[in-house]
Ligand binder design. Structure first.
Ligand code: GDG
Length: 484
């Protein structure tokens, strides 16, 4: 665990509330009119926004034909405001679907084969970042702390600095940072990467990601690594740290306990015993290793036919980023393999894989996790993977299920007591599933206890407070026109 602890300072600096407002910048802004904050980022930063007061800026989610914005749409909810802007159709196509999701997403997930490196979207990506920076700059106050999120907005601070903004600006990358050899395949990668140096702090999910970035900066940008771990380059000193994102484990556990007996789940239990139920929940993304997972089910049944008619994988995989070809392809592939495995091993009353291509309400997911003996989280590459943590949080400590986890999920750096697998090897995954299904109660309890302690102590609140505390230890940067 100490691997994620900051190398410099104690991360216990001034809390955000004592030093002015928090300004969150992310691709999408949550709808705060709904009262209850739902969804990853909103839950993750919501408390900090409420405690220090703040502003959340980003895309409204709407597309408009007009090329010029009339300024952000500002809405106020108590001490928190949202400021949103629309994207034009071209911006949506080139910045969001194009460069962000056809190029950066696959590249950062080690999928050079899927990355559209020559997309014209890179120019629009920079333009949108520039426009966003211009729209938010007049709203920034001198003592604001600015926290920018994720791969859509990497050059955001560079554009903001050109508007003479000298505030502290932090960035958190929710997805992996790839090995330098991969990143350097991006055309103009140096111009792109130097924009990281406009931040005061760049946070990564894992030590591996942080070190990939550091190695890239040293080898390709001629930066110098200081003894305290910071990077010196482009006339600036950049602090880089690993901050593994967490969940609110206690509230997810309560939700799971409350929903474990929901009528929908009782009906499911009539068909498959809980002790034989395996669950997977993932956006239908090629990074999540879904076809490999279904192949592993085939491998399990081939090697151990005693499970035929008894076990079932319930895979929830809601569609995502429709309109990007790689997503249409992964869906076809998953559906073909699911059909193949079900056709080979299923009969009139039972099939080994149940596949749901729709989102399921969060409460239902929590109950489902609790009723499933095995949680199968086998991405080929993942920044963190919150499902792994949610699955653990949902278990009954007296009779807990077992997490089977990919070594390539960021969560693997923290969750050592899971059954770790190489998701590229269906036979290895099948062996782990069998081990999970057969694991004695004592071992299940011991593993669960260790994992539970881990997710409770390194919670989402811990992540948020540590990021902001470390950001407050930095000094802010002079605005250097024309700089990175
Ligand atoms: C990115 C990074 C990183 C999923 N299906 C349904 C549903 N979900 C919820 C899960 C979980 C969340 O969505 C997914 O989070 P993950 O972390 O698993 O993955 P990404 O969406 O790829 O998130 C990832 C994360 O950012 C945070 O930094 O961990 O590595 O890729 O909470 O439960 N929720 C509901 N219905 C569904 O059908 N309600």
């Amino acid at each position: 665990r100490s691997r994620a602890v900051p190398m410099r300072g104690d991360g216990q600096g001034q809390p955000a509330s004592k030093t002015g407002r928090l300004v969150i910048v992310s691709n999408r802004v949550a709808d705060l009119s709904k009262g209850n904050l739902a969804g990853g980022l909103a839950v993750a930063v919501g408390e900090a926004l409420k405690s220090s007061g703040g502003l959340w800026f980003g895309w409204s989610g709407a597309r408009s034909a007009e090329a010029h914005s009339k300024g952000p749409n500002i809405q106020t909810f108590g001490n928190v405001s949202t400021a949103t802007v629309d994207l034009t159709e071209k911006e949506f196509e080139d910045y969001y679907l194009g460069f962000s999701n056809r190029c950066l997403w696959p590249l950062f997930h080690y999928r050079l084969d899927l990355a559209e490196l020559h997309t014209t979207g890179q120019a629009t990506y920079f333009e949108v970042n520039k426009r966003f920076a211009a729209e938010v700059a007049p709203l920034i106050q001198t003592d604001d702390t600015i926290w920018v999120h994720d791969y859509h907005l990497i050059p955001f601070a560079a554009h903001l600095r050109q508007k003479q903004v000298t505030n502290r600006i932090g960035f958190f990358l929710h997805i992996p940072f790839p090995a330098p050899e991969l990143f350097s395949a991006l055309p103009h990668h140096r111009d792109f990467a130097k924009t990281f140096f406009a931040y005061d702090l760049v946070g990564f999910q894992t030590v591996r990601d942080r070190e990939n970035f550091a190695r890239y900066a040293e080898e390709y940008l001629n930066c110098r690594r200081l003894n305290d771990g910071r990077l010196r380059g482009f006339g600036r000193t950049l602090r880089i740290e690993a901050f593994p994102i967490g969940i609110d484990a206690e509230s997810f556990a309560a939700e799971a306990e409350k929903n474990a007996r929901a009528p929908e789940l009782r009906a499911l239990a009539r068909e498959v015993e809980s002790e034989r139920l395996i669950v997977g929940v993932d956006r239908l993304d090629y990074s999540k290793g879904l076809p490999e997972r279904v192949r592993a089910m085939g491998s399990l049944l081939e090697k151990w036919p005693n499970y035929i008619g008894k076990v079932q994988l319930l895979q929830i995989a809601p569609p995502t980023r429709e309109g990007v070809q790689a997503y249409d392809e992964i869906r076809s592939e998953l559906e073909r393999i699911t059909g193949e495995v079900n056709g080979r091993y299923g009969d009139f009353v039972w099939s080994p894989v149940r596949y749901v291509n729709r989102p399921v309400p969060r409460a239902m997911l929590a109950g489902l996790f609790r009723r499933s003996r095995v949680g199968l989280v086998t991405p080929l590459r993942d920044g963190m993977n919150l499902v792994a943590k949610e699955y653990v949080a949902a278990q009954d400590p007296a009779d807990p299920g077992v997490l089977v986890l990919s070594q390539f999920a960021g969560a693997a750096e923290q969750m050592e007591e899971a059954l770790m697998v190489n998701p590229h090897d269906p036979a290895e995954t099948a062996t782990a599933i069998r081990r999970a299904l057969e694991m004695p109660l004592g071992e299940r309890r011991a593993r669960h206890k260790a994992l539970w302690n881990q997710i409770v102590s390194e919670s989402v609140g811990w992540w948020r407070e540590r990021f902001l505390a470390v950001l407050h230890e930095t000094n802010g940067q002079p605005a250097t026109p024309g700089g990175p």
